[in-house]
Design a protein around this ligand. Structure first.
Ligand code: C2O
Ligand code: CU
Length: 464
């Protein structure tokens, strides 16, 4: 997953040569690069364990890292060789609606043996990812995801650029195979499917060799079904440069843990300050302990070591959320789950008691309704600003993800937070987000804890 600046320059040259000398006939039929969703086997667990059967793009894990320039057109033909239907969602991309990849809302699921052509422009530079969006609770857990990196027009001043995809796999400790019960009642009704095997880029002992004084861009992606990663640095001095693909106005020096809910990303710039012969770490904090999420072995020293605070990343287009005062107000109550207050809710148009919901393996409701509805949560006019006040009336955290548009959190005193696509909320919290409904279409709005999404926490918004 290493991507040196030289490699980037080389791939840039290769691409422009291709566009200067197009293949004969390519103008009529755009040549989509093919990506095949299929099963494969990878050595996730230590070498004395068998390989783990996964599903992956091109049968691999980690999946491909797609790198494109900001503003470029991305074309992929997805071939489905899985035993079930699938679709592909480009998480965080302010994409055209028909390409959003939500089976049942923006496209039909792609049956086994069939293909779908994804073809869209990428307006924003930053760290994004793509993942299956049909039976996500199973397909993402099986490995169907990868990183989508959109390069800034001018490469920022870093010595290297690393994609670190964080995930936890739920493996049988004897056989190293995935626990096949993706519908487990406990996962759905509690904190979601949490793994017992935490990895970075599919490796439980993720290690990189670095030099003291090196400045790295670390692109962290939480691809887990439900785990919240709490991360710290050791032997590294760092700044958060962007969240969910969107640059911050000022780089904030990292002095406290970085919390990433499922679906969220953070771009860090970190300088290696550990001495040669030592190791620096990205540390996962859990139950008062620290675990090495990725180890950086310091095997050398860079001559030009002293560096300034990094320059901010260039802003993406349309990052403002104006008109908060006159904004359209929407309320979203999240209810249900174990130890919750949900007595009854509407499921498929019928009122059900919580007992009946449990029998249907459904546990969560938005505004008293379980799962998707015929009508959207709200129909917005194009360009309108909307504010959604969300009350987490449950005992669990949830990671609310809005498709198609980024939002800002509305804070005390009319301040707004950074532009994001996923909001992590803890039990009992009320938070408010605001966004400009500038992207027409049908946009899913759901909990990215995938067992929760599969058991009720899903709704949608329409922008006319
Ligand atoms: Cu990352 Cu609806 O998904
Ligand atoms: Cu949730």
């Amino acid at each position: 997953m290493t991507h040196t600046r030289r490699a980037f320059i080389q791939s840039g040259l290769a691409m422009s040569a291709l566009s200067v000398f197009p293949k004969a006939g390519s103008a009529a039929t755009p040549e989509f690069q093919v990506m095949t969703a299929q099963s494969g086997a990878v050595q996730l667990a230590p070498p004395d364990y068998p390989k783990t059967e996964i599903w992956g793009y091109d049968g691999k894990f980690p999946g491909p890292v797609i790198r494109v320039r900001q503003g470029a057109r991305l074309q992929r033909r997805l071939v489905n060789k899985l035993p079930q239907a699938t679709s592909l969602h480009w998480h965080g991309v302010r994409i055209s609606n028909a390409m959003d990849g939500v089976a049942g809302l923006t496209q039909d699921a792609i049956p086994t043996g069939e293909t779908f052509d994804y073809d869209f422009a990428v307006p924003d530079a930053g760290t994004f990812w793509f993942h299956a969006h049909n039976r996500s609770v199973e397909q993402v857990a099986r490995g169907l995801y990868g990183a989508l990196i959109v390069e800034e027009p001018i490469a920022p001043d870093v010595d290297r650029d690393e994609v670190l995809i964080l995930d936890d796999w739920l493996l049988n400790p004897e056989t190293a195979q995935l626990d096949p019960d993706f519908e487990a009642v406990h996962d759905r009704s509690h904190a979601g499917r949490r793994g017992n095997f935490v990895a970075t880029n599919g490796s439980f002992n993720s290690t990189l060799n670095v030099s003291q004084g090196e400045r790295m861009r670390l692109r962290l992606i939480n691809a887990a079904n439900a785990r919240i990663f709490v991360l710290g640095l050791s032997g590294l001095k760092g700044w958060v440069m962007a969240f969910d693909g969107m640059p911050l106005v000022t780089p904030s020096e990292i002095s406290e843990p970085i919390i990433l809910g499922p679906g969220q990303r953070a771009d860090l710039f970190v300088d290696v300050i550990a001495d040669e012969g030592e190791s620096a770490h990205l540390v996962r904090l859990e139950d008062g302990q620290g675990f090495a999420q990725t180890e950086f072995r310091v095997t050398g020293t860079l001559a030009s070591a002293v560096r300034d605070v990094p320059q901010v990343l260039p802003p993406n287009p349309n990052m403002d959320v104006p008109g908060l005062e006159q904004a359209r107000r929407i309320r979203l109550n999240m209810e249900g789950g174990a130890m919750g207050n949900l007595d009854a809710a509407i499921l498929e148009g019928e009122r059900k008691t919580f007992r009946q919901l449990v029998d249907a393996n459904q546990f969560w409701a938005f505004n008293g309704t379980v799962g998707m509805t015929e009508k959207p949560l709200a129909s917005l006019s194009r360009g309108e600003t909307a504010r959604v006040e969300i009350y987490n009336d449950t005992s669990f955290p949830h990671a609310m993800h809005l498709h198609g548009m980024h939002f800002r959190e509305v804070l005390e005193g009319g301040e707004v937070g950074p532009l994001r696509d996923t909001l992590l909320m803890f039990g009992g919290e009320t938070r408010e987000i605001a966004f400009v409904a500038d992207n027409p279409g049908k946009w899913l709005f759901h909990c990215h804890m995938l067992s929760h999404a599969a058991s009720g926490m899903m709704t949608w918004l329409e922008v006319a």
